[in-house]
Design a protein around this ligand. Structure first.
Ligand code: CS2
Length: 495
């Protein structure tokens, strides 16, 4: 990037080859505080809000907060929050500079500053993309009150570390100051994400004591949302290419596909942007959309990631062009589709047809290793919930459970060149203790299910679903992932 001026408010109008914010950023005030200002937020919600700002809704600028790392702030603060969004498909790359993030904060540097921003009366929405693991649920799905960060936040409510601690501290301050609460807008890939977060915040508030739990219960809205856009991690090569294209140095552009979707429950107590004018679907109940997305998109993604890694495929499009993996995904979809809510107006066939096109996008390199992360947090809602539904109806769930077996096999292969170092899981300590013993497939699956709390989702720790996963793990260990894919196909044919 050397030699180029940095992208910023002052240099913006000199950017080449990109669409620029079509509004005066100086007139924009902030109405949203977003927790977890990573690439996904910047390619999704920040873009919808950018459209609203361009249409004159100037009160919805974003304060982007990082709960841990300083990276995003370090990259974007010198750019006045500006960054380039690159939409990639076979027709090439479309660039757009997004201007909706007005301020960046790093929570651990000054927790009070973030609480104050959230508690400011101008803040009407607190949205979040903090990833599955940051919800700090125990094996039964309740708030993990023994988690050190929760213990910390209960002991020191004025200096929170967790999402729960920040939301509780800011709501508590608003309650005391008589300000109306903000709406909490969860944008993570969890089923009933708003309701799930509400339950955890209520449990946190109850543990804190005082009136907060009642206030949250009665006054605060947590609409659920389904968010969708494929956003691979930015590489140094992307930084260089995009900076060259716009003629300005952008330290952290984001790349994505042209497709984007947002379905949001329309329950906002303090107002919201008129998102419906910019392609957002506002609904009464988001659950059917969320389940379809989690089970068909994310479930297939996890399958592609683990089987892809085991077959040496480094990106989604590369794995998806492998006929055996492609066939596997079709059969996985065929298993998952009948588990989706009926009578909710979903069109799963059209959805998977569109998904197949998205996964085949070779212009967008989405690493299988990126999706492989955090399997213990992702598989319950993506795979196990559907498998449980199949089992309850006496139907086979071979392909679903092969995804679980492939995940375990990938975990077992950690430390070998086949598995990238970036492939980690928040339960690594517990999983390592199980995997190091290399028990029989049955023993390993049973102990992994216990360690990850999968029994709470499947209804049993060592029942039929675990048995199917163990069979596939045995095959992968002995004969490799392709043999297991064939076995799943054969099992399905004979059922
Ligand atoms: C992916 C998702 O990394 C993953 O686990 O499955 O991030 C996926 O790309 C998004 O949910 C798409 O909307």
């Amino acid at each position: 990037m050397s030699g180029r001026d940095r992208l910023s408010e002052a240099t913006l109008r000199g950017a080449k080859g990109a669409t620029l914010p079509a509004y005066d950023r100086r007139r924009v005030t902030t109405g949203v505080v977003h927790l977890g200002v990573g690439a996904f937020h910047r390619a999704h919600q920040a873009v919808y809000i950018d459209d609203c700002l361009a249409a004159g809704e100037a009160g919805w600028g974003i304060v982007g907060a990082s709960l841990r790392s300083t990276d995003t702030r370090d990259a974007l603060a010198p750019q006045d929050g500006l960054y380039t969004l690159a939409e990639q498909d076979s027709s090439g790359e479309k660039l757009r500079v997004v201007g909706s993030i007005k301020e960046l904060v790093v929570a651990p540097e000054n927790p009070e500053a973030l609480v104050a921003r959230m508690a400011a009366p101008t803040t009407r929405i607190v949205s979040l993309t903090v990833t599955e693991k940051a919800y700090l649920r125990d094996r039964g799905g309740d708030l993990d009150l023994a988690h050190p960060d929760i213990v910390h936040d209960l002991a020191e409510p004025q200096r929170p570390r967790t999402t729960h601690g920040f939301i509780a501290a800011a709501l508590e301050r608003r309650r005391k100051e008589g300000a109306a609460p903000f709406t909490v807008l969860c944008c993570d890939n969890l089923p009933a994400n708003g309701e799930t977060l509400r339950r955890l915040i209520l449990q946190f508030a109850a543990a804190r004591g005082g009136d907060l739990a009642r206030y949250v219960e009665q006054e605060v809205a947590f609409p659920s949302t389904m968010v969708d856009r494929i956003v691979p991690a930015t590489t140094d090569e992307d930084r260089e290419r995009i900076s060259r294209a716009i003629g300005l140095a952008d330290a952290w552009p984001v790349k994505t596909e042209p497709f984007m979707q947002w379905v949001v429950e329309d329950r906002f107590t303090a107002g919201r942007p008129r998102w419906e004018k910019f392609g957002v679907t506002m609904v009464g109940d988001v659950r059917p959309f969320e389940e379809m997305k989690l089970r068909l998109l994310n479930g297939a993604h996890s399958g592609i990631a683990y089987l892809g890694l085991l077959c040496g495929r480094r990106s989604v499009s590369e794995a998806f062009s492998d006929p055996e993996i492609r066939g596997f995904v079709d059969r996985l979809w065929a298993e998952a589709i009948p588990t989706l809510p009926k009578g909710a107006g979903l069109d799963p066939q059209a959805y998977v047809t569109a998904l197949a096109r998205r996964f085949a996008n070779t212009a967008l390199v989405h690493r299988t290793a990126q999706i492989a992360m955090d399997g213990s947090q992702k598989l319950p809602q993506r795979i196990l919930a559907a498998a449980r539904g199949r089992l309850a109806e006496g139907r086979p769930a071979a392909h679903l459970m092969l995804v679980v077996a492939a995940w375990i096999a990938c975990c077992e292969a950690r430390g070998t060149p086949a598995m990238p170092e970036s492939f980690t899981d928040p339960l690594d300590d517990r999983l390592a203790a199980v995997l190091v013993q290399r028990g029989s497939p049955e023993e390993t699956v049973r102990r992994v299910f216990e360690a990850a709390g999968f029994g709470a989702v499947t209804g049993e720790a060592a029942g039929p679903l675990a048995g199917i996963a163990a069979r596939f793990l045995g095959t992968i260990r002995e004969s490799g992932a392709r043999a297991a894919i064939e076995q799943a196909m054969r099992e399905e044919e004979t059922e």
